[in-house]
Design a protein around this ligand. Sequence first.
Ligand code: 13P
Length: 336
Amino acid sequence: MSELNKIVLKIISGGKGILAADESNGTMTKRLEAVDVPSTPENRLSFRETLFSSESMNEYIGGVILYDETIKQTTSFGKSIPDLISSSGALPGIKVDMGAKDLASSSEEKITEGLDGLRERLKNYYKLGARFTKWRAIYNISNKYPSKLAINSNAHALARYSALVQESKMVPIVEPEVLMDGDHSADLCLKKTSEVIKKCFEELILSKVDLSGIILKPNMILAGAQAKVKISNEEVSLKTLECLKNSVPSEVPGIAFLSGGQSEIEATENLNLINKNNDTNFIMTFSYGRALQQSALAVWSKNIKNTMAAQNIFNHRAKMCYLAAKGKWTNRLENK
Ligand code: 13P
């Protein structure tokens, strides 16, 4: 087993998943202002420190993805954030892309930037304690999009990023996210997501990335958020499995889904069904941002000194996601 494969398994085995707390300052400001909390470095740290000090970190969370500001912060009791995360047994990770910018020649689409100087930034993040990284590509979906240009350009960037990350002895999370926005059908999502993922693996292989040392972070197969016809959760799970079976090479150890705007319960239930129906060897778990943090943030914002109230909610969500990653979640457990 390679060292990279060991890191992957440490993060996502046995029902553990990933807490995606890597919102950029821009995104975090939107999240905090929505609950009437000023977005200062202190408040951003305070919410994240609350989550990272929770009991559930020990049992249910194998890795935390951080943002550049957070990985360099020190907690109120003097520990560095990476040390706080490591002390719970989870691994610190870091978002290394520099965001999605308009794609030249197809301005309604995005290309993720951040390759220039990446090798040097990775060295520094490793020294700060990071053992895995994230790069997110986003794709609009409609009959016209994503274009071949967006699919190829983002796959190429994801592959160059992954090769550099593995060279730095860290595990790359490869995140090609086909967005939920739109009125498209689930079948169109299945077709386009398969195309996107297949192209990513073509490029990863060309860049000689060790596939046993990556984590794929895809979207689930859903009808668009504005679609009139939705599909059942059972169908979501079956179509998601169909997509992954036809587009992900078997060497990949694990898949950690993003929640992408699904509600907390929806993201949990869909992951649970994916695991119940999982007839592959892939580990299927969560790498959720909003679906792990939304309720905790709402409670925390009411009284940011009452860390226990926010931690109780976060502990519950983390446990529900952990059970879903084992296919052992039921709706009844939500009210206990
Ligand atoms: P969501 O689960 O909120 O989609 O966030 C996951 C993530 O890391 C997006 O890049």
